[in-house]
Design a protein around this ligand. Structure first.
Ligand code: RRO
Length: 594
């Protein structure tokens, strides 16, 4: 079953302490019932971004319990809004940072933005737990949460399930009484305050040494070291296991490419869409899980260079010969329409959030992307070091282009190479396909150590465009870097070389501690607006303005600075429907301003 497309406000119906943790309940009037192991991206409606711009991104929490509610159980005012039955969702959370701190402070009556249920849950009980030994559930710390719902589903189907839970110390054994109140559990604690003194995997090892272990199946969630140990034990005993993993995640639906974990056969997978539950093969779980935790070429834009009011109506707009229904598109690499369709189904196509779709940048050969960790939250933004994971030109043309051609909007393919020859191959390879309306030349990725970043030098940019211009009549859009002293000089070079448009800004080179990558989000918006204004004053080309656009006012500001189109990037991580929302807000704002 697919999730409803977008995020929705859910009321907090209960919130209470549970040991060192907090349990809170949400009334989800519109969502389907989740499967054990699935998760939601959550953000409080109020006071998110409250202190120093954090928390900024929503937080992934796996669901600890889900209770279908009949309409009659809703409060009167909710009942009218709800066409079918809703679900009460329980979550377990520990205050360990700005996001979880705020979620721990939720009080009854508050509202929370929820996007979900997301991800692949544990297999249905009948598929794995058919043997006499049934299921063995292994939880550690806050990882006990998804196992609580799993245990209830097993019980409902009369599948025997033994539960092994481990805690560091008393302060970290919260949730136990709440989530496993009425069932038998074997406990372990590192400090010996309860049950076996040691690790929960000691209990698992003893159990797997038993006679009936061969017919068991193991389901586990907990810290990385625990999952590694569970995987090793199961492999040694030839017992199938499923592991609920965790990785820093910005979006939950495949857009951000942040939650990568290594695949057993090399490369990476995104935990949000290929997990968070992985494994299932006999003795071949997740490989080596690294981390757990959710816890046309119409030259000249319609804008007056250097500013002036945006068009009175934000509805239809012409851009490089393309008729777009609104000026709002996506920023390359911030929305994976193929993954999003897997998650949200065809509802995505019916209400597609952008008036044109820009692909993630592709390169001549496949790339696995950078080693995780790949994303870090910053004040009012985030740093990424994704490293261009993509299937390469051939893989893109064979596997992705046909599916992107099904989108209800024009397709812009973003390409990159490390030499003029490579760029030429990319442009030729892509341009001949009917489904490709325009090509973005990414000369500005901050995260690939390829040596030259073409867009840092005006002469290189002009020479590149002169080489590429004769290869296609399709519009060429040059994606500029903000990491130069004079972006307008590079934009002028692109124009002189024959570009049809420029887009800016790519992310700002940034560091937080040891981490280096590209900064995006509202934190960069003033820089982006300034650069769009400067570039608009210097070139006659249409401009795609982007950088921290979160709402209609931001979009208006970008258009007022001289952009013809506005691209939404990081905001789509927080709100999958941000593109349509911003287009509607822009329309409303323009109507007000008239
Ligand atoms: O994949 C990335 O790391 C990435 C790219 Br291609 C880009 O153009 N900008 C960015 O911030 N990250």
């Amino acid at each position: 079953m697919t999730a409803p497309f977008g995020r929705r406000l859910c009321e907090v119906t209960e919130s209470r302490d549970s040991g060192g943790y907090r349990v809170f309940s949400l009334l989800d009037a519109d969502g389907p019932e989740p499967s054990p192991g699935q998760f939601y991206m959550l953000a409080a409606e109020r006071q998110w971004e409250r202190s120093g711009g954090r928390p900024f991104l929503p937080r992934a929490l796996s669901v600890a319990d889900a209770t279908p509610l009949q309409r009659s159980q809703f409060r009167a005012q909710e009942r009218d809004k709800c066409e079918r039955q809703g679900v009460r969702l329980d979550f377990l959370v520990e205050a360990v940072g700005p996001g979880s701190d705020r979620l721990c402070e939720l009080r009854e009556g508050e509202r929370v933005w929820a996007n979900g249920p997301l991800g692949n849950g544990f297999s249905a009980p009948r598929e794995l737990a058919s043997g006499a030994a049934g299921a063995i559930l292994v939880g550690g710390g806050i990882g006990i949460a998804p196992l609580a719902l799993l245990r209830r589903r097993f019980a409902a189907r009369n599948v025997p399930a033994r539960v092994l839970l481990g805690f560091r110390d008393e302060a970290h054994s919260g949730g136990l009484d709440d989530l496993f109140a009425c069932c038998e559990v074997a406990l372990a604690s590192e400090d010996g305050h309860v049950g076996h003194r040691g690790y929960v995997t000691d209990l698992l090892a003893a159990m797997l040494d038993g006679d009936d272990a061969a017919s068991a199946a193991v389901y586990a969630c907990g810290p990385e070291a625990m999952l590694d140990a569970v995987a090793r034990l199961c492999s040694a005993h030839d017992v199938p296991c499923e592991l609920a993993m965790e990785s820093p995640m910005a979006c939950g639906y495949g857009a951000c490419f942040g939650c990568a974990v290594p695949k057993p056969d090399g490369g990476y997978m995104r935990l949000c869409v290929d997990g968070p539950v992985v494994g299932g093969g006999r003795g071949s779980p997740a490989g080596n899980p690294r981390r757990i935790g959710l816890s046309g070429s119409g030259r000249g834009g319609s804008q007056v260079p250097g500013g002036g009011p945006p068009p009175a109506s934000s509805e239809a707009v012409e851009f490089c010969g393309l008729e777009l229904r609104s000026p709002v598109i996506n920023a390359s690499g911030t929305f994976d329409a193929i993954a999003a369709r897997r998650v949200y189904g065809d509802e995505l196509l019916r209400d597609f959030p952008f008036s044109a779709f820009v692909s993630k940048t592709i390169t001549p050969e496949p790339r696995a992307g950078n080693e995780p960790q790949r994303i870090w939250e910053t004040p009012a933004g985030m740093i990424n070091s994704i490293g261009l994971p993509n299937k390469g030109l051939e893989g893109f043309l064979a596997e992705e282009l046909p599916r992107l051609a099904e989108l209800p909007v024009p397709l812009v393919v973003s390409v990159m190479g490390t030499s003029r020859e490579q760029f030429s191959r990319m442009v030729q390879g892509v341009a001949e396909h009917e489904g490709v309306a325009a090509i973005e030349l990414n000369v500005s990725c901050p995260n690939v150590r390829s040596g030259l970043i073409v867009g840092e030098q005006a002469e290189e940019t002009a020479a590149l465009l002169e080489a590429l211009r004769p290869l296609t009549a399709k519009p060429l859009i040059v994606k500029l870097t903000p990491n130069v002293a004079d972006p307008a000089a590079v934009a002028v070079a692109a124009e002189e070389g024959g570009a049809d448009a420029v887009s800016l800004i790519n992310t700002l080179k940034a560091s937080e501690g040891e981490v280096t990558g590209g900064l995006s989000g509202p934190a960069v918006r003033p820089v982006a607006v300034a650069q769009v204004r400067t570039v608009a004053a210097a070139v006659g080309l249409p401009i795609v303005g982007m950088g921290g656009v979160c709402d209609g006012d931001d979009a208006f500001q970008m258009l007022s600075a001289g952009a013809t189109l506005v691209a939404v990037g990081t905001e789509s991580f927080r709100d999958p429907r941000a593109g349509n929302r911003i287009a509607a807000e822009l329309l409303e704002r323009n109507a007000r301003g008239r």
